[in-house]
Write a protein that binds this ligand. Structure first.
Ligand SMILES: Nc1ncnc2c1ncn2[C@@H]1O[C@H](COP(=O)(O)OP(=O)(O)OP(=O)(O)O)[C@@H](O)[C@H]1O
Ligand SMILES: [Mg+2]
Length: 255
C-alpha cells in the first residue's frame, strides 16, 4: 500500500474534493483505495456519506485505543474504504503535541497496518494547517500531492508547502517522502489568471505538475451535500471527466 498525503496548508484548495473523487475514480478502475480523514472538519467522512462521530475515528488509533484496521469502513463504492474522522481529532493536535513521538506516531501505526496489504493506495486528506496532524501525515507518507488553486495566492502558498516537505525530509522523520504531484484545481477557462498561474507552476515544477487540470465545476461542490462522489452524482459533468482523467494519469505515473 502506497501512502499519499493530499496536503496544502492553505484552506479550500480542493484537498478533500481531490481525496474523495480521485479515490472514487481509482476505485472505479478496480484499484483498492482507503481515504484517511485526518482533518477535524471531517469533510471527507461526510462526503462519503458517514456521520462524523457515529463510529470510532482515527483519533482512537492515534491515542492507542483502537487498531487502525478496526476503524476502516467499506463505503457504498466498491474498492473504496474510509478511515473516518471523529470530532475528537480537534483536541488531538494539542494532546499529541505534548507527546515526544508526535511526529512519527501515525507513521508507526500505518507501517504496521500496511503490512497486511489492506489497499493499493491510502489517500490522506490533510487539514489546512501546518500543525501536528498535517506534519505527521507527511511524516507517514511515501508521497505528497499538493492541490493548488489556480489563483495568485495559490502560488504564494506553494513555496510554503514545498518548504515543509523539505523540512520533514531533513528532520529525519521521513527522508524518503517524495513531492509526487501538484494538481491544479478550480481552473476557470474564462480568465487569463488561471492559465498564467498554470504556466508559472509548470515552469517551476515541470515534471511534478499533473497535465490534467481540474476545472471549476459547480457539481463538484454540490456532490458532497448528497453524500455522493462526482461519478455518482453527475457522471458526465466536466468535474467527473477531469477526475477520471486524473485517475488515469495517476496510474500511468505509478505504473
Ligand atoms: N473544482 C471545483 N469546482 C468548484 N468547486 C469546488 C472544486 N473543488 C472544490 N470545490 C468546492 O470548494 C470548496 C473547497 O474545496 P475542498 O473542501 O475540497 O477544499 P479543501 O482544501 O479540502 O478545504 P479545507 O482546507 O477546508 O479542508 C468546497 O465547497 C468544494 O465543494
Ligand atoms: Mg478539506
Amino acid at each position: 500500500m502506497k501512502i499519499i498525503a493530499i496536503a496544502n496548508q492553505k484552506g479550500g484548495v480542493g484537498k478533500t474534493t481531490t481525496s474523495v473523487n480521485l479515490g472514487a475514480c481509482l476505485a472505479e478502475k478496480g484499484v483498492r483505495v482507503i481515504v484517511l480523514d485526518m482533518d477535524p472538519q471531517a469533510n471527507s467522512t461526510s462526503a462519503l456519506d458517514f456521520v462524523p462521530g457515529d463510529q470510532p475515528g482515527v483519533y482512537q488509533s492515534l491515542m492507542g485505543d483502537t487498531p487502525i484496521a478496526d476503524l476502516i469502513l467499506p463505503t457504498k463504492y466498491e474498492n473504496l474504504s474510509l478511515g473516518p474522522c471523529d470530532m475528537d481529532l480537534a483536541g488531538c493536535e494539542i494532546e499529541m503535541a505534548r507527546e515526544e513521538d508526535h511526529l512519527i506516531r501515525l507513521r508507526r501505526i500505518l507501517s504496521e497496518f500496511r503490512q497486511s496489504d489492506p489497499a493499493d493506495y491510502m489517500l490522506i486528506d490533510c487539514p489546512p494547517s501546518l500543525g501536528v496532524l498535517m506534519t505527521s501525515s507527511l511524516a507517514a507518507a511515501d508521497e505528497l500531492i499538493v492541490p493548488l488553486q489556480c489563483e495568485y495566492f495559490g502560488l504564494e502558498g506553494l513555496s510554503k508547502i514545498v518548504g515543509v516537505h523539505q523540512q520533514i525530509k531533513e528532520s529525519g522523520a521521513n527522508p524518503d517522502v517524495v513531492l509526487e504531484g501538484i494538481i491544479m484545481t478550480m481552473a476557470d477557462s474564462r480568465t487569463n489568471l488561471s492559465s498564467m498561474v498554470i504556466n508559472d507552476v509548470r515552469e517551476y515544477f515541470p515534471e511534478v505538475t499533473y497535465q490534467t487540470i481540474i476545472p471549476r465545476n459547480i457539481r463538484l461542490g454540490e456532490a458532497p451535500s448528497y453524500g455522493q462522489t462526482i461519478i455518482d452524482y453527475a457522471p458526465s459533468c466536466s468535474g467527473a471527466v477531469a477526475y477520471r482523467a486524473l485517475a488515469d494519469e495517476f496510474l500511468q505515473r505509478h505504473a
